[in-house]
Write a protein that binds this ligand. Structure first.
Ligand code: AMP
Length: 283
């Protein structure tokens, strides 16, 4: 099985137009490659919602900080193409950095606004502007009816939804639940950086989320204390943040808040930065 793979933007537009013949609807699954079952869950959902599936693999330099892992981010395009072909994807868009940014960094970018500066955005300045800019470009290049994202990156989901709503982008956003390893660790392309010891330590993240859920009837402060106890004082685990936000606004929830809260955690495990989240009914 070989998957039609294109890198140039004009060729991609032509290939998508061909897929659209006979009125077929199109789904887009944007990824940075190094694919795992989480990505394939997005493809599975795409198959249920559209007639044709376009996947993209692009490690976007705009969303990496100068000290982040852009250069060493895993690139496994042949294996990715094989997995996408098996999963029923119709077209792979795998542009080079020069295809996407022929003039270097774009002069014009999408600004994520205040929610782009908190949590992930505070630790990774500019990350969400870079992410939204590439998502906007991908949406303009492919022009899908539906675009799929994983709940694993909850702040990304919030900001993409806001971009689509605020800028009237003509696309439907579908969100797929986080796919986990049997022991609870969220699947991530970065998990392959983990040593065996760090892999074990990484379970502190899902443990913290479980502890939060178990304490959710005691108010958000006690809930976060319970989660923090799973993270702090663990050898080799350095928490970046642990927070509970209102999923509708991404604003921190107060102790007396009752309703669904999104509990978000990020930590460095060894040299690897991991994130996870869970929607928890408080009260
Ligand atoms: P990435 O390649 O890490 O940029 O991820 C591409 C897409 O896959 C994003 O929408 C992610 O949220 C989604 N994704 C990554 N990991 C998971 C996972 N464990 N479960 C569900 N979706 C995921």
């Amino acid at each position: 099985m070989t998957l039609p793979t294109v890198s140039s933007i004009p060729e991609t537009r032509a290939a998508v137009a061909a897929l659209r013949e006979a009125g077929r609807s199109v789904a887009l699954v944007p990824t940075m490659g190094a694919l795992h079952d989480g990505h394939l869950a997005l493809v599975g959902r795409a198959r249920e919602t559209a007639d044709a599936i376009v996947a993209s693999v692009f490690v976007n330099p705009l969303q990496f900080g100068p000290t982040e892992d852009f250069d060493r981010y895993p690139r496994t395009l042949d294996a990715d193409a094989a997995a996408l072909a098996r999963a029923g994807v119709d077209l792979l868009f795998a542009p080079s950095v020069a295809d996407m940014y022929p003039e270097g960094r774009t002069l014009i970018t999408v600004a994520a606004g205040p929610v782009g500066d908190v949590l992930e955005g505070r630790v990774r300045p500019g990350h969400f502007d870079g992410m939204l800019t590439v998502v906007a470009k991908l949406l303009h290049i492919v022009g899908p009816d539906v675009v799929l994202f994983g709940q694993k990156d909850a702040q990304q989901v919030f900001l993409v939804r806001r971009m689509v709503a605020d800028l009237d982008v003509p696309v439907r956003v579908e969100v797929v639940p986080t796919v986990r390893e049997p022991d609870g660790l969220a699947r991530s392309s970065r998990n392959r950086y983990l040593s065996a010891d760090d892999r074990r330590r990484a379970l502190a993240l899902p443990s913290a989320l479980r502890a939060a859920a178990a304490a959710a009837d005691r108010g958000t402060e006690r809930m976060l204390e319970a989660a923090r106890a799973e993270l702090e004082g663990r050898d080799g685990v350095r928490p970046d943040y642990l927070a509970a936000v209102d999923p509708a606004t991404f604003q921190p929830v107060e102790d007396r808040y009752r309703g669904p809260a999104l509990v978000l955690v990020a930590a460095r495990v060894g040299g690897t930065r991991l994130i996870d989240n869970a929607l928890v009914p408080v009260g």
